[in-house]
Write a protein that binds this ligand. Structure first.
Ligand SMILES: Nc1nc2c(c(=O)[nH]1)N[C@H]1C(S)=C(S)[C@@H](COP(=O)(O)OP(=O)(O)OC[C@H]3O[C@@H](n4cnc5c(=O)[nH]c(N)nc54)[C@H](O)[C@@H]3O)O[C@H]1N2
Ligand SMILES: Nc1nc2c(c(=O)[nH]1)N[C@H]1C(S)=C(S)[C@@H](COP(=O)(O)OP(=O)(O)OC[C@H]3O[C@@H](n4cnc5c(=O)[nH]c(N)nc54)[C@H](O)[C@@H]3O)O[C@H]1N2
Ligand SMILES: [Mo]
Length: 639
């Protein structure tokens, strides 16, 4: 008899959908979006709707692997765990706990998974990560300007008269915003997309502005200047903005035409944006791509200022929405964050190699594929290959796991047992196993508990998944959001945020006002005759970062304007070269793209020569420990 069981998607995505799984004898035969979940609305994105391909893939790891004579071979759990425990204890004894580095990314966004971090704090504290390749620059910018980052409920977009989608492709990376934007449009809202890349999200919009990559700061300054000139700023803005005059002076430091020239847009585009911000309430949806630049934090600060000076903040339908603080509702107070040393995430490879006093001898990697997903893949690979001990917990033999001494096979999203919040909305919920897991596989919690038992820390991390869930939900319990309710009713909106962010324009900054930027940020990259194209690595509907439903076969596609193809025909293979490496690509012509961009899907396999991060230097964004991924310049060369 088939059953229908519900769980939550644990992938790194703003949606955190409720999934309905059809299960026959422990095997999931179908997954669908839950009609009862207000965000999921009955449909799943393409990548997760194809998740059964991964769940039942013949490539899935079903036993621990240990490196013997240079080769990864199946091993028993006891053998692998004993080996790792002994080695970690020896390294801690000889070099101190800082010689061990624990790196965790968001392969699962479940918070029970942070017990691994807790273990390493108790065992050490060991070296931890800092910075955030994904959202570091944007979070820093919003925290600097508003004292915190938070966004309104997605449904607040229906209160907006104007929506500015500033660098986001909802068709690929935030599919459950599509129905909301459609409805807003149907109710009469204006929607404009500002993105150097032409993509499908422009279909939801009444206008598309295609600036130079990283030109958004200049475009925002042109818009700000026009707002001041037209008298379209809020007359009371000084009440909630610090440095209003200095910000005005910044906007006036160049004529509108000069700013627009820098952004490579017509003056009419800035005029249009100014008009929309004046047509209140207006929401700016700030994408994550904007921050992954040399001037990423500066760009986000400029957008914050546009919202603040026009009064489009702290009111229904008026906001500068970057992301929700997904950990806010949970009690993570058991983790003290006491690491003796931190490795900057976007520079993981070079910082591991450079670390001394003590050198990093062991690396434990959880829910991450840094070789494929962090910049300068070859250096990341080399850094791992030269350690004494690399341990990876994953369900697949990724580019990273291939470099491990020990690989522990772990559970998938359909076997996940956790609590989840979201960075796109304010619902919290629990996931629970809906698929019977293969014998030989353990959850991250069980892996860390088995290790803890071998190093005298069994008590510290004891407890099954439900008791950890309960612990994490402690802040929510007094509000009636209990584990039992979440299990029975499904996700519930948490009460720690109001439906709109920063209501009454009260900001948790030292002055209580928004902190407007006053200086020109770092400059974006400038294409040269040698390297004329910005390399833009973009999310694809077919994968979650490096997790493809079906493996990408053959050379990775690179999409360019026909005039930017260096004479290479549509469909032909070519080399894509940066200053540090080159990969073989298949050229795709698209006359709707700018002539200075080369678009490549993110997440390709390093081993197969498909990895865009092989080409990208590990440079930081201006602030916040983000990566300047999209300021790498490349050229196409015929084969
Ligand atoms: N299918 C799928 N969905 C995903 C993911 C995935 O890998 N696959 N990844 C998930 C993750 S990890 C995250 S963080 C989120 C968000 O994932 P992201 O990949 O960050 O998604 P977006 O912010 O929608 O897309 C980035 C957008 O920023 C634009 N952009 C880049 N540089 C600039 C610029 O200088 N100016 C402007 N105006 N725009 C620019 C790009 O053209 C692109 O449209 O999505 C999640 N969703
Ligand atoms: N060039 C370029 N690079 C980028 C980006 C870009 O746009 N361009 N985007 C960046 C962004 S936004 C992000 S967030 C990062 C993402 O970087 P990562 O988080 O490293 O990306 P994933 O490829 O999703 O790797 C997660 C791994 O976790 C495994 N996994 C899944 N579930 C579990 C689990 O329950 N437990 C454990 N232990 N493992 C699990 C998966 O199999 C997968 O191998 O990449 C960044 N890198
Ligand atoms: Mo991300």
């Amino acid at each position: 008899m088939a059953e229908r069981l519900k769980t939550l998607c644990n992938r790194d995505c703003p949606d955190v959908c409720s999934i309905v799984a059809t299960v026959e004898d422990g095997r999931v035969t179908r997954i669908q979006g839950d009609k009862d979940h207000p965000i999921t609305q009955g449909f799943l994105c393409e990548r997760t709707s194809k998740f059964l391909d991964r769940q039942y893939s013949p490539e899935r790891l079903l036993t621990p692997l240990m490196r013997k004579d240079g080769v990864l071979e199946p091993a028993s759990w006891d053998e692998a765990l004993d080996f790792v425990a002994e080695k970690l204890v020896a390294i801690r004894h000889e070099s101190g706990p800082a010689a061990i580095f624990h790196y965790r990314s968001a392969g699962t966004m479940g918070l029970v998974n942070s017990v691994t971090s807790y273990f390493f704090e108790q065992f050490g504290p060991v070296t931890d990560r800092t910075g955030d390749i994904c959202s570091g620059a944007g979070e820093w910018a919003q925290t600097t300007d508003f004292g915190d980052f938070e966004c309104a409920d997605p449904s607040d977009l229906l209160n907006a008269r104007q929506i500015i989608v500033w660098g986001r492709n909802v068709y690929v990376s935030w599919t459950h915003l599509i129905p909301v934007l459609r409805e807003a449009r149907a109710r009469g809202a204006g929607i404009v997309l500002v993105d150097p890349v032409h993509h499908r999200t422009s279909e939801l919009c009444d206008r598309f502005v295609q600036p130079r990559p990283g030109g958004d700061f200049a475009l925002a300054m042109a818009t700000a200047r026009l707002l001041f000139e037209r008298g379209w700023t809020d007359p009371d803005a000084a009440r909630w903005c610090d440095h209003l005059e200095a910000f005005r002076a910044l906007a006036y430091s160049k004529p509108v035409e000069a700013w627009c020239g820098e952004a490579d847009v017509s003056a009419d585009a800035a005029e249009d944006l100014a008009r929309r911000l004046h047509d209140r309430p207006a929401t700016i949806l700030v994408g994550w791509g904007l921050g992954r630049r040399l001037n990423g934090a500066g760009i986000v600060r400029a957008l914050d200022a546009l919202g603040a000076i026009t009064g489009n903040i702290g009111v229904p339908g008026g906001s500068v929405a970057f992301e929700a603080k997904r950990r806010r509702p949970f009690d993570l107070s058991f983790i003290a964050d006491s690491a003796p040393r931190r490795i900057m995430e976007p520079q993981l490879g070079e910082q591991i190699l450079a670390a001394s006093d003590p050198p990093i001898r062991a690396v434990w990697i959880t829910a991450a594929n840094p070789v494929a997903m962090l910049p300068d893949s070859a250096r990341t690979a080399h850094a791992l290959e030269t350690r004494e001990l690399v341990v990876v917990a994953d369900s697949f033999l990724t580019d990273t796991a291939e470099r491990a001494h020990v690989v522990f096979p772990t559970t998938t999203l359909l076997e996940n047992d956790d609590v989840l919040g979201s960075y796109g909305h304010h619902h919290v919920g629990v996931s629970r196993p809906v698929a019977r897991r293969p014998e030989g596989v353990r959850s991250d919690l069980e892996i860390i508990q088995a290790l803890a038992a071998r190093v005298g820390l069994a008590d510290v991390v004891a407890g099954d998944a439900r008791s950890w869930k309960r612990r994490l939900l402690k802040k929510l319990e007094p509000h009636g959001i209990t584990l039992e309710r979440l299990e029975e009713e499904g996700p519930i909106r948490h009460p720690f945020v109001t439906p709109i962010a920063f209501p009454e324009r009260a900001f948790p900054t030292p002055s209580g006002r928004a902190n407007l930027m006053t200086e020109v940020p770092a400059s974006p990259a400038v294409p040269t005759a040698e390297f004329p194209l910005f390399l833009m690595s973009l999310s694809t509907e077919k994968a979650q970062a490096s997790q493809w439903s079906r493996p990408l076969v053959g050379p990775v596609p690179v999409t360019v304007h026909p005039d930017a193809a260096a004479g290479i025909a549509d469909g032909a293979t070519a080399r894509l070269e940066s200053s540090i490496a080159s990969i073989t690509v298949r050229v795709v012509h698209d006359p709707l793209q700018r002539r200075d961009v080369a678009l490549v899907p993110k997440g390709g396999r390093f081993k197969a020569g498909q990895c865009v991060n092989a080409l990208i230097r590990a440079r930081l964004s201006d602030h916040g420990g983000g990566a300047a991924l999209s300021d790498e310049l490349v050229r196409l060369v015929p084969l």
